[in-house]
Design a protein around this ligand. Sequence first.
Ligand SMILES: *Cc1c(COP(=O)(O)O)cnc(C)c1O
Length: 451
Amino acid sequence: MSTESTVGGPALPQRRNIVTEIPGPVSRELLERRQHSVARGLSHVLPVFVTAAGGGVLVDVDGNSLIDFGSGIAVTSVGNSAEAVVSRVTEQVAQFTHTCFMVAPYQGYVEVCEELNRLTPGTHEKRSALFNSGAEAVENAVKIARHYTGRQAVVVFDHAYHGRTNLTMAMTAKNMPYKDGFGPFAGEVYRAPMAYPFRWPGGPAQCAKEALDVITGMIHAQVGEERVAAIVIEPILGEGGFIVPPDGFLPGLADYAREHGIVFIADEIQAGFCRTGDWFACDHEGVVPDLVTTAKGIAGGLPLAGVTGRAEIMDSVHPGGLGGTYGGNPVACAAALGAIETMTKEDLPARARRIGDIMLPRLRALAEKYPVIGDVRGRGAMIAVELVKPGTIDPDGAAASKVAKACHAAGLLVLTCGTYGNVLRFLPPLVIGDDLLNEGLDILESAFAAL
Ligand SMILES: *Cc1c(COP(=O)(O)O)cnc(C)c1O
C-alpha cells in the first residue's frame, strides 16, 4: 500500500515517527489536567493524547506518529475518519442530528437494519433494532429472548465479556477490574466452562466434544433446559483472551440450543464486521444464530449497536417494548452505512485474511524462539499470543505487560487481554499497509528479545 492513506482516513503519512519519549511533554501535561478533572476509574492503555488518526497510525499532541494495532478495541476497522464515513456523516450532520426514532423516524435507521439483516448469518426473515453501545445491545438481546421464550435463565461462559452495565457485568466473567465491588449483580445468569483448547484438561483434540458434554450436563443438572431463555457466546472470545473455540463446538452448541427451544445469541460485538476474515465470525463454520449482537466495528468509530435476528423472535416484543432516546442516531447510522460501503468496496474480509496470513507465520516463528509464548491463535485480523511460564501453561501476565510497555515506548500500540492478563492481542485497522504491519511485528520481536 502507498505511504499516504486515503481509504482509512485523512492523508496522514503512513509511517512511525517518534520524536519525544512516550508519552511526550504535552501529553504528560494533559494527563496532569486529566487527573484533576476525569474520574480515576477510567484508565488508559497508552496515555498519548491523539490529534489525528488514519490508515494504520495515530498522531499525538507531541507530533509522534504511532503504529496502531488496537483500532480503539476493534472499532476503526475501516480506519479512522474513513472517506465514506466522513462524507456521509458530514452530510447527515448538516441535515439533522436527532429526532429520536421512536418520535419521528428517518430512512438511515431502516437502511442500517436492512444491511444488518442482509449481512448477518442466515437467509431467513430477520428484523433489527439499534442501540448505542455493545452492552445495551446484549441487554436487549436478553430482554427479547426472555420475552419470546417466557423463560428467565441465561447461560454464559468462563472468560466471557459482555459489558459493564448491571446485567452485562453479571454475564462478564472477570472480576477485576470489571465487577469488583459493583454488585449485587442481576440474577438468573449461569456460567458454563468455555471450550478453551489451550487450557482444556483433556487436550485440544478432545475439547469440542468434552466441553459440549460438560456444558449440556451442567445445564441439565443445575438449571433445567426448559428454564433457559438464551445461551450467549462470543464466537471468538474478545476481552477474555481471544479464545478460538475448536471446530465443531459452536455448531454443536447451536444445535443443542435449537433442540431445547433456547435462543442462541452470538455476541459478535468484537469479532464481527470483517475482523476475522468473514463478515461475521459465525460464518467460518456456517453457524446461524437466532440473534446476533453487533457494535464496535459497525460504524467507523461512531457509537452504534444492533440486535439482529429471526423475525418471529424479534417481533414477539410489543410496540414500545424496545427503544431508547439515542439508539440508532441518524449521524451514527450515516457512519454505519459509510463503514459498510467501505468494507464492501475495499473487500475488507479479504484484507483481514491477508493480515492474518502475514501475522500468524511471523508470530509462530517467534513462539519457536521464545518459550514464553505458549499459544498463537486467532483468525483474520483478530490475533493473539498467550504468554506463560516457559514449559508450563501457568499464565505470565507480568511478561505480557512488559512486552506491551516496550512496544508502546517504541511507538507500537498493542493491547493486552485475558482473564489472567497474559494475552497480547492484535487488532490492526483492516486498512493498515503491509509495511506498517511488518514494522509493528519487528517492534514486537525486539520486545520479546529484550524480555
Ligand atoms: C466491547 C464488548 C461489549 C460491550 O460493548 P460496549 O460498547 O463497550 O458496551 C460486549 N461484548 C463484547 C464481545 C465486546 O467485545
